[in-house]
Design a protein around this ligand. Structure first.
Ligand code: ME8
Length: 531
């Protein structure tokens, strides 16, 4: 039986159109799912929407809609976007679905009965857009530490979760599971700034708005967002429902992907909720950094937002994914610039990879009329080192993929691409072709076999990142050995190579100035947009 691998993304707030930052979380998760599947896992990816809360209520009423109408529209748009992004999710949960709402009420009841939740009064500085209370010391210049906006003093009767009770247990958990949160730097920050100084009890209900799941025995209280939101990861699997077979199969989560802004909720409250419910804690939480565009944090009012559709429509899905995954460091933030994008597109995709495929197919068509027998090859002095390099890079790519270092993994794949292009320059196939010497003809066979084999290996490893591109390479080279393990095979001795007659370029070079201007305008075009 296949080993399971349960991956989750955050459930997104459908308060407005999703920008490229949201898309990155989803792309990262999709890459993981595809890779794990390729490695033989029963990989299961959950995504969805976090549809309750005051912010949704406000946005809906501003648009003249009921909250339900608003979230229904947003859910439809999100599913369309995921389709456009070819996200291979297995389940899409909406927190307004009965399968979630009913169970959250039961979870609340259970925690109330066992004494983890108690009634109290909350007073604090409240940030409306973030739906979060802050203590005096958490404010930055008297404003919200997360979004920088004005906060209001508020007080209300609320239920609280007794987090303090779990302080010691959580610290012990962190000691025993040093890899629970990645990257290490973010874990250290969380531990030192929020866990060690003492965890505060968490307010888990509100009476100040209506759009949410009501506490069963006290319906003037709406269950506050984090207890509602975080539990999606288990309600989607059927926790406390009639059929909890998925929970039994997939829980605990193997990888929960989030952005760095919600690490506090996933690194503190989530494991504590799970402890209280008597469920095992997730194996890993990976918190990626933030994307900003040119001069600072993405914001519509500043006029620097990019939406995923805009990139995909103009440059294609694979180029968009490649850029994000290649440029986003594992443990830092990323800045998108038009220059950088065009550079990567032209350099890595059109020149390096695109040309390698074009040249290889072009040469096989010209020199061998599209078909050759590898058995007729004779090694050149450059062959052995190319093969060694390729096999070494497969190993390194795999290690990086296993460690979620996707940018480094792509770098390793491109080292094979670059080495292959250099190999063409070194072996000079056009001279071998013109030579009258029979041995040179045989060497030409070997050179082509090496190029095809390298492209095959590259395409195998590109599958999780750029599935369409990988498939184009496979089909143009007529390759059917696509499984991950066969990337470790380097077959240059036997078999027939048969390539496509007409080569369709993988990526067409962009006109640098024109595209930079286009992207600049696109970013500026976000200014003043209301969506
Ligand atoms: O936080 N760069 O939803 P959300 C990179 N509903 N990632 C970004 C980003 C940026 N500029 N902006 C946002 C929520 N994100 C909650 C989650 S989970 C139980 C509840 C990421 O729609 C952000 O870090 O505000 C988060 O991981 C995700 O987008 C969703 O953000």
């Amino acid at each position: 039986m296949k080993e399971k691998f349960y991956i989750t993304t955050p459930i997104y707030y459908p308060s407005g159109k999703f920008h490229i930052g949201t898309a990155y979380t989803e792309i990262f998760a999709d890459t993981t799912k595809r890779y794990k599947k390729l490695r033989g896992y029963d990989a299961y990816l959950l995504t969805g929407l976090d549809e309750h809360g005051q912010k949704i209520e406000t946005v809906a009423s501003n648009n003249g809609k009921t909250p339900q109408e608003h979230v229904d529209e947003m859910a439809k748009a999100t599913i369309e976007l995921w389709k456009k992004m070819d996200i291979q999710y297995d389940d899409f949960i909406r927190t307004t679905e009965p399968r979630h709402e009913k169970i959250v009420q039961e979870i609340f009841d259970k925690l109330l009965k066992q004494g983890d939740i108690y009634m109290g009064e909350y007073e604090g500085w409240y940030c409306l857009p973030c739906e979060t209370y802050f203590t005096e010391t958490q404010l930055v210049d008297g404003k919200c530490p997360d979004c920088g906006r004005e906060v209001t003093r508020m007080k209300e009767e609320s239920y609280f979760f007794n987090m303090k009770k779990y302080q010691k247990k959580l610290e012990e958990f962190y000691e025993k599971n040093p890899d629970f949160i990645e990257p290490e730097s973010r874990k250290t920050e969380l531990f030192n700034n929020f866990i060690k100084p003492g965890i505060e009890d968490l307010c888990v209900s509100r009476t100040s708005f209506d759009w949410g799941i009501k506490v069963k025995g006290n319906p003037k209280h709406v269950i506050y967002v984090w207890l509602d939101a975080l539990t999606n990861y288990i309600t989607a699997l059927g926790y406390l429902s009639e059929d909890d077979s998925k929970l039994k199969k997939y829980w605990p989560a193997d990888l929960q992907i989030i952005g760095k802004d919600i690490i506090r909720f996933h690194g503190i409250y989530w494991p504590i909720f799970l402890m209280a419910l008597g469920l095992p804690i997730s194996k890993k939480i990976y918190a990626h950094g933030f994307i900003s565009i040119k001069n600072g944090k993405m914001s519509k009012s500043k006029g620097n937002v990019i939406y995923p559709e805009q990139m995909i429509d103009r440059y294609g899905l694979d180029a968009t994914k490649y850029y994000l995954l290649r440029e986003f460091p594992y443990d830092r933030d990323m800045t998108i610039t038009p220059e950088n994008f065009v550079n990567r597109y032209n350099g890595d995709l059109a020149n390096d990879l695109g040309n390698l495929l074009n040249r290889t197919i072009g040469m096989i068509n010209k020199y061998f009329n599209g078909e050759l027998d590898k058995a007729n090859g004779m090694r050149t002095e450059f062959d052995e080192s190319l093969k060694e390099l390729a096999l070494q890079k497969v190993k390194e790519t795999e290690e990086n993929l296993d460690n979620l270092h996707y940018s480094d993994a792509l770098e390793k794949i491109w080292e094979i691409v670059s080495a292959s292009n250099k190999y063409i320059d070194d072996t000079k196939p056009w001279i071998l072709f013109k030579s009258e010497n029979n041995q040179d003809k045989q060497k030409l066979v070997s050179v082509m076999a090496h190029l095809v084999e390298n492209l095959r290996i590259v395409a195998i490893m590109l599958q999780p990142f750029m599935n369409e591109t990988a498939n184009k390479i496979f089909s143009q080279l007529n390759i059917d050995k696509k499984d991950w393990n066969s990337a470790y095979e380097f077959n240059i001795d036997e078999g027939i190579i048969r390539v496509a007659k007409d080569v369709e370029p993988l990526f067409t070079r962009l006109e640098v100035d024109k595209e930079i201007e286009y992207l600049e305008n696109l970013i500026k075009g976000a200014q003043g947009k209301k969506d």
